[in-house]
Design a protein around this ligand. Structure first.
Ligand code: ATR
Length: 279
C-alpha cells in the first residue's frame, strides 16, 4: 500500500462544545479555498485533557482551538507558550509541532484589534482614553492588545473590583480602575468604549451599562455577539457612536490558527460573516 499524504485535522476542544461557532467558520474556509482538511468539535472533560493532548497529534491533528474550561489549564500542558498567551494567562490556539512539542498562543487580543481596524479604521490608539467594562478573561486579552498598540489610558470597571485591580497589577500603570458604582463616568471623553462583560448576551440578565456620558463620534464595541445587536450597541448607536459588533473578533481570532494548520491565510469578509451567521 502506498503512503498517501495525511489529510490535516484540526478542531476545537471544550466542555461543553455544542455552542461553538468555530466548526462552521473553519468549515466555510476549508470549502471556500478547496483545502483538503477537516475541523472537528470535540467535547473533552477536564479529567481527559492530558490523554487527549497525547492522542490528538497521533491521530493526525496539526493543532486545535481551546475553549472553556481549558483555556487556562492548557498553558501548563504546553511546551512552548507565546509571550502574549503567558501575559493573558490563557491560550486559545495550539499547534502540534512536528518535533512533538505543543505550541500555545492566544489570538483573542489580535482578533479584537483586527476587527476594530477593519470596521472602525478611523480609530487610532492615541485618539484618547479607552473605557472597558468587565475584567474577565476576554477583557484581559483585549486590554493587553490595547496596551501593545500604544493606548495611553485605559479606564476599567468591574462588578467585582478586585479582578480589575488584579488586571492593573498584572498589565500595568496605564490602567485606571473605577468603582463599578462610578462606571458611568468612564465614557466621558473616551474615544473607544468596550463591553467586555457578558451583559447583553442572550439568556443573561438585561442589565444596562451606563452610557449617558458617551461622546458622539466615539467608537463602541461589544465582545458579545449573540445577539449581534446588543442593548449596549443599540444604545451607543442612538447616542451617535460608531458601533462595531463582536462577531468579527471571533472570526479574526480564528485566522492565525487556520493559517498555521492549513497553510493558507483566510479572509474575513461579508461571506465569512454570513457563513457563520447562517450555521
Ligand atoms: P470572559 O472569559 O468572557 O471574560 P469571565 O471571565 O467569566 O468571561 O468574565 C465575565 C465578565 O462579565 C466579568 O467581568 C463579570 O464580572 P465579575 O468579575 O464581577 O463576575 C462580568 N459580569 C457577568 N455578569 C455580570 C452582571 N450581572 N453584572 C455585571 N458584570 C457581570
Amino acid at each position: 500500500m502506498t503512503d498517501l499524504p495525511r489529510i490535516p485535522l484540526a478542531g476545537v476542544i471544550g466542555h461543553p462544545i455544542a455552542h461553538s461557532r468555530s466548526p462552521a467558520l473553519h468549515g466555510h474556509w476549508l470549502k471556500r479555498y478547496g483545502i483538503k482538511g477537516h475541523y472537528i468539535p470535540m467535547d473533552i472533560a477536564p479529567a481527559d485533557l492530558v490523554d487527549a493532548l497525547k492522542m490528538l497529534p497521533k491521530l493526525g491533528f496539526v493543532g486545535i482551538n481551546v475553549t472553556i474550561p481549558h483555556k487556562e489549564t492548557i498553558l501548563r500542558l504546553a511546551d512552548v507558550v507565546t509571550d502574549r498567551a503567558a501575559l493573558i494567562g490563557a491560550a486559545n490556539t495550539l499547534i502540534f509541532r512536528k518535533d512533538g512539542k505543543i505550541h500555545a498562543d492566544n489570538t483573542d487580543g489580535a482578533g479584537f484589534m483586527a476587527n476594530l481596524r477593519q470596521l472602525a479604521p478611523q480609530w487610532q490608539p492615541t485618539d484618547g482614553p479607552v473605557a472597558v467594562f468587565g475584567a474577565g478573561g476576554a477583557a484581559r486579552a483585549v486590554i493587553a492588545a490595547l496596551i501593545e498598540v500604544g493606548v495611553r489610558e485605559i479606564r476599567l470597571a468591574n462588578r467585582t473590583r478586585i479582578r480589575a485591580e488584579t488586571l492593573r497589577h498584572d498589565l500595568g500603570a496605564k490602567l485606571v480602575v473605577y468603582d463599578w458604582v462610578h462606571a458611568r463616568d468612564m465614557p466621558d471623553g473616551a474615544a473607544l468604549v468596550i463591553n467586555a462583560t457578558s451583559l447583553g448576551m442572550s439568556g443573561k440578565p438585561d442589565l444596562r451599562l451606563p452610557l449617558e456620558r458617551l461622546e458622539r463620534g466615539a467608537v463602541a464595541t461589544d465582545l458579545v455577539y449573540t445577539p449581534l445587536m446588543t442593548p449596549f450597541l443599540t444604545e451607543a448607536q442612538a447616542r451617535g457612536a460608531h458601533i462595531v459588533d463582536g462577531l468579527g473578533m471571533l472570526l479574526h481570532q480564528a485566522a492565525p490558527g487556520f493559517e498555521r494548520w492549513f497553510n493558507y491565510r483566510p479572509e474575513v469578509d461579508d461571506a465569512t460573516r454570513a457563513a457563520v451567521l447562517s450555521a
